[in-house]
Each structure stands twice: as structure tokens, then as C-alpha cells.
Design a protein around this ligand. Sequence first.
Ligand code: 9Z3
Length: 313
Amino acid sequence: MDAISNVDETTSFFDSAPLLKDADNISNKLTQFIDHNSFLSGSGGPRRVVCVTSGGTTVPLEQRCVRYIDNFSSGHRGATSTEYFLKSGYSVVFLYRRGTCQPYCRALPDDPLLECFEFTDDFCIQVQESHSEAVKRAIREHHATVSGGFLLKLPFTTIFEYLQILRLIATSMKIIGANGMFYLAAAVSDFYVPWESMAVHKIQSASGPLDMRLAQVPKMLSILRKEWAPTAFYVSFKLETDKEILLEKADTSLKRYKMHAVVANELSTRKELVILVTNTAKVSVYRENHNSDVESPLIKLLVDKHSTFINNT
Ligand code: 9Z3
């Protein structure tokens, strides 16, 4: 696709998207967050900020949405990576799908409120001994990062919300230049139903089989990289289920969108192995053992690459 038609498609995507509720509030939070962090110093320079995207976007089929198409992602990668970035001295804007995995909550059971707490009488609710270490750690670390102004969490559900918020984040991160990083782990829809051609009410099954045409989501990676925040460091993800095509697709993505790195992963092994693809090498990154996270060595490598990028800029 040529550059002009991508710009046109992007403009029409945003013009026809439903208005983002809370846009002013999100913008204010972002401005405050970036202002606060640009006065802080990190290891050997200004504090770095990374935007971590996490979870899958939905594509509604009706304006008063009953049904939608979803993209697979538990949010584990984004939440875990956020913890490692924070540990490495970054501040994080965490753009996540509502209801998916959250930083510092990985060690908690699925329903922490009901499974971690018990009440002995009507005046006393307490944490069960077996969960107390995990609950303390989650609350302590989460509280420290949020109250220190190092973690800003912004939720999305639909592709429309995701891209509108991503644009707000990118425009506010523009001023921090090379100290900014985008780590795009969210699973983003490739196809969508344009808002103006979408059924308003619940589609009726009595009308027979459903026949619908989906439009292609404009290649936002390209606009993000070139227009919204052109001086930042970019890491995108490539997910495939067929490992024969994974590296070739990652390489194409690296070149087409001028990414600084692409993390290639296969669905079934994504927690054990990722391949970091850059212009100079393809490096396999493994988790150390069953109890460790592949994100630990991955973020270490990316932090180093980001440092080199900053020094060369
Ligand atoms: C990824 O590849 C992530 O690593 C996973 C993480 C979604 C596999 P989980 O959230 O899984 O821990 O369960 N994210 C990117 C997926 C994606 O849709 N990439 C697009 C593509 O491959 C490019 S934006 O075409």
C-alpha cells in the first residue's frame, strides 16, 4: 500500500470512530505523568518511559454491542514485561485490555478477593496465611510504583479505543524523544467493521446466515513510527502459529515499519522462547527454568539496545 492511501485510510478510521469517552481525562493524566517523569533522572540520564501495550483488541459487530470478534492475548506478556521495565528503572504507561492480567498480580489466584481473604467475624476480614506473602508483595510493589508516579494504567476494549488512546500516548511521549520506548505486545485486530456501516441494534438471527465484509485496519504502526512519535525506540511483536513463516514475517515487519526490534513468538511456546530480530542479528531468548520468566532476559536485552540507541541519537 502506498503512503498516501495509508494516511487517507487512517484519517477516515479516526474520523468515523466513535468518540473516545474520557479523552480529556486521559490526556490530562498523560500530560501529568510525562511532566512528572521528565524531571526525574534514571541510570545515567533522564528517566526513560516505555508504553507497554497488552491484551487483545475487540471488533464490535453492533454499535450497541452484543457480539464482537476478539484477538487472543491473556495480557501475561504485557503485565510481566511491565514489572521488569519498572525494575530496570523505567516508568511505564500500561495500555491494557480491561479484564486481562495486571502487573504484580501474577502470583495471585484467579479470584483474589474471594480466594485470598476470609472473615472470622463480621468485623474482621483477613488474608489467609497461604496467600499472605503474595498479597503483601502485590500491594506493596503496586502501591510503590503508582504513588511514585512511575506507572500509569489506561484500559481499552475495542480497536477504536485502543488506537485513539495509543495516539494520545504517542503525542504526549513525543517530547521525551529517544528516551521513550514503545513495546507493542497487544494483539491488534487486522480487520474491523467501520462504525458507519455497523448495525445499530443486535443483529437478528431470524434474518438467516450472517454475511459481512470487514475492512482492513489501517497500518497504524507505520503512522505511529513516522508521524506520532518518530524519535522513540520501537519494539513490536510478531505472533504466528506456523514456525516456518515466523522469522520471515518478523523480518518483513522490521523492515516495513522500520522497527528497532521485533520479538517473534510462536503461540504454543511463547512463555519459554522468543526470538529477538534486529537489523544485525536474530537472537533466541529462553527462560532460565520453569519458575522464571522469558521476559527477564528479554527486557535486559532491550534495555541495552535502547541505551545504545540513546547514545547514538
Ligand atoms: C504477541 O505476540 C504477544 O507476545 C502475545 C502474548 C499476544 C502472544 P499473552 O498475552 O500472549 O501473554 O497471552 N503480541 C502481538 C500479537 C500481534 O497481533 N501481532 C501482530 C502480528 O503478529 C502485529 S501488531 O501481525
